[in-house]
Design a protein around this ligand. Structure first.
Ligand code: V47
Ligand code: SF4
Length: 397
């Protein structure tokens, strides 16, 4: 059965709850679901049901195409002035000797390490410290572009920008315009956490709030930049907080169209101030990807960050709405391994990544940051290639 037949079969199932049937019909017709229906999906939607709906949307948008890109990370510092309770970096401002703060020369050394490598993007993210201010990033972006003009700079989040622009007495628009002129190309999705103040004040009380986060993305979109959005889920939030979060993103996307990808980030509880909060199950991870795919009808892509959730869950997620698994040759970020991610040394070669996608019957495509195709791996044969194993997609029960 293909995705459409599975959805039809589900809708015709006499035992299906009336609310869930209505939502399934809306999905079939390509209609947007409401806030209340989003909450209802979390409350009543079983994994099999959610998978059928999310996979139908995923295949309508992308077929079997599954994207990854070759990037590397720079974490300019792991020290941070803020005190997010879930973050394994936050306490380090009090213990600076455990931390690092790079200067521009050191960051350029990291960039030069990838000279001649087929990477298309540098993703810059980390903590917030006073020294890494507007001038610091302006100089780095200029030097990085001068050294390697084709390397896409996906840099910093509204958390850093809010702090930096406030100190430089610039509006969000002016600050971003200046940094864009220095070489900034786009913005990753971090710092969003959970927008609703009821949760945000408990887990991330002293950094930019939801309105400031959203405004910085809106200004970036006005400047023609594309950006991503994340959601840190699976801690103290309730289902409606997740829908509230996605709803704010959906509204901004209706106005600007500047978001490319939504990335749910699973809360990991190692070595942070929320270590007493249990992590959610893989089932909940998959349900969450699926609800995101169904709710965010105006987002092109849903990404699972394999370095965070393990390769197996990343493979499974491709049947629950996900069409992008990030993908790095050499994942140089520490934020997740410090927080307890399965992948303590997250390194995957292109061949491994392509095989991981093929093994679940999908079609691997290397993309650049803006989703232009770099290499279509459909018919590419690697040396010593293993025969692909196909796993079944979700079954309607
Ligand atoms: O905002 C911090 C998260 C984010 C923990 O745009 C944690 O392509 C789980 O946003 N458990 C930064 N998550 C990383 C990020 C990102 C990652 C990959 C791709 C993209 C993209 C963006 O990391 C932070 C925060 O939500 N984080 N601590 C933790 N204990
Ligand atoms: Fe700082 Fe970001 Fe960690 Fe918050 S999540 S403490 S802003 S590094």
């Amino acid at each position: 059965m293909n995705a459409e037949q599975k959805l039809g079969f589900l809708i015709n199932n006499k035992g299906l709850d009336a609310d869930l049937k209505r939502i399934a019909e809306k999905v079939k017709e390509g209609e947007r679901i409401t806030f209340e229906e989003g909450v209802l999906l979390y409350e009543k939607g079983e994994l099999g049901y959610l998978g059928v709906l999310a996979n139908y949307i995923r295949e309508r948008k992308h077929g079997d195409h599954t994207y990854f890109n070759r990037n590397f990370h720079i974490e300019p510092t792991n020290v941070c002035v803020y005190d997010c309770k879930f973050c394994s970096y936050s306490r380090l401002i009090k213990q600076r000797e455990d931390g690092w703060e790079m200067d521009v020369d050191t960051m350029m050394e990291v960039v030069r390490k990838y000279d001649g490598e087929p990477v298309t993007e540098v993703h810059i993210t980390g903590g917030v410290v006073p020294k890494q201010n507007l001038e610091f990033y302006a100089e780095f972006f200029k030097r990085c572009k001068a050294h390697r003009p084709d390397l896409h700079i996906k840099g910093l989040t509204p958390v850093e920008y809010y702090y930096i622009f406030k100190k430089a007495k610039l509006s969000h628009y002016e600050g971003l315009k200046y940094l864009k002129a220095c070489g900034l190309d786009s913005m990753p999705g971090g710092g969003a956490e959970i927008f609703h103040p009821e949760v945000r004040e408990k887990i991330a009380h002293d950094k930019c709030n939801a309105e400031q986060w959203l405004d910085i993305h809106e200004q970036a979109h006005k400047l023609g930049m594309h950006t991503n959005a994340t959601m840190l889920y699976g801690h103290i939030e309730e289902f409606w907080h997740r829908i509230d979060h996605m709803d704010r993103l959906r509204q901004l996307q209706d106005r600007t169209g500047g978001f490319q990808t939504f990335i749910p980030l699973k809360f990991r509880n190692k070595d942070n101030q929320m270590s007493d909060v249990a992590e959610v199950s893989v089932i909940e991870d998959l349900r969450n990807y699926a609800v995101a795919r169904i709710y965010l009808d105006n987002f092109a892509h849903i990404k699972a960050y394999w370095a965070m959730i393990s390769r197996d869950t990343a493979q499974l997620s491709l049947a629950y709405g996900v069409d992008d698994i990030d993908g790095t040759l050499d994942d140089t970020t520490k934020i997740y391994s410090m927080a307890g991610a399965e992948e303590q040394n997250p390194v995957m070669t292109t061949k491994e990544l392509v095989e991981l996608i093929r093994h679940v019957g999908r079609h691997p495509v290397e993309r650049d940051t803006l989703y232009h195709v770099v290499t279509d791996y459909k018919d590419v044969v690697f040396e010593e290639e293993h025969a692909p194993k196909y796993y079944a997609l979700p079954v309607v029960n």
